[in-house]
Design a protein around this ligand. Structure first.
Ligand code: C5P
Ligand code: MG
Length: 160
């Protein structure tokens, strides 16, 4: 019998001019980008926390403190790969990832497959195990007013 474990991740970053918009490791053309200590890849951060959560290994800030100069401008796929390795070292395999990015604009649907492929390569999974969805916030609240972006993720791990 395999044991299954589920983890939840959530993140938010402010939108600002002169910053790149990187989601799941993919650079998206946009007037505004995400602010943060690292590359502020809100989707990669949410998925990283979901993996850490499923394995009960704390959270992203515990493994990559934003006070540590090593992570200044770091590519967040590095965090994701580290969470993958930590989970793997404990015998877990990632079954699937589901996620949602909540961003008012730009439209992201044309980037879905590129993001899925990038996440799949980083997690060393087939892309059909990775789901990425997009929502606006219907112009309501900070996300709806275009001041921030959020991401949610859920991950299932299997312990054989
Ligand atoms: O938020 P809303 O329900 O209006 O989103 C409708 C669809 O628009 C989503 O299912 C998604 O396919 C797409 N979308 C997108 N990029 C966004 C937000 C939504 O492609 N930034
Ligand atoms: Mg973050």
């Amino acid at each position: 019998m395999s044991e299954y474990r589920t983890g939840l991740g959530w993140d938010v970053h402010r939108l600002a001019p002169h910053r790149p918009l990187i989601l799941g490791g993919v650079a998206i053309p946009s007037e505004l980008g995400l602010e943060g200590h690292s590359d502020a890849d809100v989707l990669a951060h949410a998925i990283t926390d979901a993996i850490l959560g499923a394995a009960a290994l704390g959270d992203i800030g515990m493994h990559f403190p934003d006070t540590d100069p090593r992570w200044q401008g770091a590519g967040s796929l590095l965090f994701l790969a580290h969470a993958r390795d930590l989970a793997r070292a404990r015998g877990y395999r990632i079954v699937n990832v589901d996620s949602t990015v909540i961003l008012e604009r730009p439209k992201l649907t044309g980037f879905r497959d590129a993001i899925r492929r990038q996440l799949a390569a980083t997690l060393e999974l087939d892309a059909d195990r990775i789901s990425v969805k997009f929502k606006t916030a219907e112009k309501v609240g900070p996300v709806g007013e275009g001041r921030s972006a959020e991401a949610q993720a859920i991950v299932t791990l299997r312990l054989d």
